[in-house]
Design a protein around this ligand. Structure first.
Ligand SMILES: Nc1ncnc2c1ncn2[C@@H]1O[C@H](COP(=O)(O)OP(=O)(O)O)[C@@H](O)[C@H]1O
Ligand SMILES: [Mg+2]
Length: 345
């Protein structure tokens, strides 16, 4: 029994920590080398925290995963966990197909159909690009005219894969609000990238050829993030930015377990199980009637302060366990090893 682990930013240090503590053999592998399949010859599985803004990862991580699974290896994240990652268009179809509660969402692939729908739709709507995090590619569309302009752009010159102007504005506001230096530095870096785009922007080009609009769920002063690994759930609430509807990236979190809507925990646990995914992070808002609605799922999420401040997690029966020793990343490794052992037996 041995795991191959690609070391890098994100989850991998915790996976290694778990392997060392449990006496599970592991070796470092390099997914960027052409011989990755050969490197894994003496391993039962691969763990790689690949990232949606690393152009190399986006280029081949999903395909490598599918190939390794075809060859009988266990992978984290596996295909069921990752095929819809950082793709809100994929998630629209997924939520509809499995009947997961989500705001009604439209996607159009030509201008005429988009304009026809916009002509009759109710506003506001929420415009999103399929990719993006921290709310940078999410905006409120208040009027038909605004929606038409976005449609023209979607089927014309398209959108930068990262909205740097929005990022600068957001971080400048955050700096003013909190007095912190960190957001100012981020704003400066975004400004530099306006002049000199990074590899991600250069390689991944522009988002175009589709228009995504989602019904707006009004009056949410926070969203709820639920992270599920197997049948365990961690949760926190994130307050929206002042005079804004968007929570993701606000950096303003509430960790009180009693403040978490248990319906959201149930839905997240059930959707994870239905998809057969190893791990999913959910962003929930409430509809006008107060019912939970999923706006996004992701297998990857920031490590560190955020989720680590949760005082514990819920199990599949929604019993809370106060436990800060075992982090979600430890369970990712534990579940993969358990799966390999079960397959062997
Ligand atoms: N349909 C919606 N109605 C109301 N608020 C929404 C809606 N969709 C997203 N939001 C808010 O915007 C934030 C960002 O949206 P999300 O789809 O999670 O994109 P990102 O990938 O940037 O996190 C969410 O955290 C939520 O607060
Ligand atoms: Mg989100």
């Amino acid at each position: 029994m041995r795991l191959g682990i690609h070391r890098g930013p994100g989850f991998s240090d915790r996976w290694i920590e778990w392997c060392e503590a449990q006496g599970v053999a592991w070796k470092p592998v390099d997914c960027y080398r052409s011989d990755i399949v050969a490197q894994l010859a003496d391993c039962d599985g691969l763990m790689w925290h690949w990232h949606q803004t690393n152009p190399k990862d986006v280029l081949f991580a999903r395909q490598l995963t599918a190939a390794l699974e075809a060859g009988g290896k266990a992978v984290f994240p596996d295909v069921a966990t990752s095929w819809h990652f950082d793709d809100k268009v994929a998630q629209k179809y997924l939520f509809e197909a499995i009947g997961a509660p989500s705001p009604p969402t439209q996607v159009f692939y030509d201008l005429a159909s988009a304009l026809r729908w916009i002509g009759e739709a109710e506003f506001p709507q929420v415009f999103k690009l399929r990719r993006g995090a921290g709310s940078v590619n999410v905006q409120l569309v208040r009027t038909r005219g605004e929606a038409r302009r976005l449609a023209q752009q979607a089927f014309g010159r398209g959108f930068a894969v990262v909205n740097r102007l929005a990022e600068i504005r957001d971080n400048a506001r955050k700096a003013r609000r909190t007095g912190d230096l960190q957001p100012l530095l981020k704003a400066a870096r975004s400004a530099a990238r306006l002049v000199r785009p990074n590899t991600f922007e250069r390689q991944d080009g522009r988002e175009r050829g589709y228009l995504y609009l989602q019904a707006f769920a009004p009056d949410n002063d926070h969203d709820t993030r639920v992270v599920v690994v197997g049948d365990r759930a961690w949760a926190l609430r994130r307050r929206v930015r002042p005079n804004d509807f968007r929570a993701s990236g606000s950096g303003d979190a509430l960790y009180d377990p009693d403040g978490i809507d248990r319906r959201m925990l149930r839905i997240a646990l059930d959707v994870r199980a239905k998809l057969g995914a190893q791990c999913l992070s959910f962003d929930f808002v409430r509809g006008a009637d107060g019912a939970p609605l999923i706006v996004e799922i992701s297998y990857g999420f920031p490590i560190g302060a955020f989720l680590d401040n949760c005082p514990g997690h819920w199990d599949g029966a929604l019993t809370f366990h106060a436990d800060q020793e075992n982090r979600p990343q430890h369970f990712m490794a534990a579940d993969l090893v358990a799966r390999i052992r079960a397959q062997r037996a």
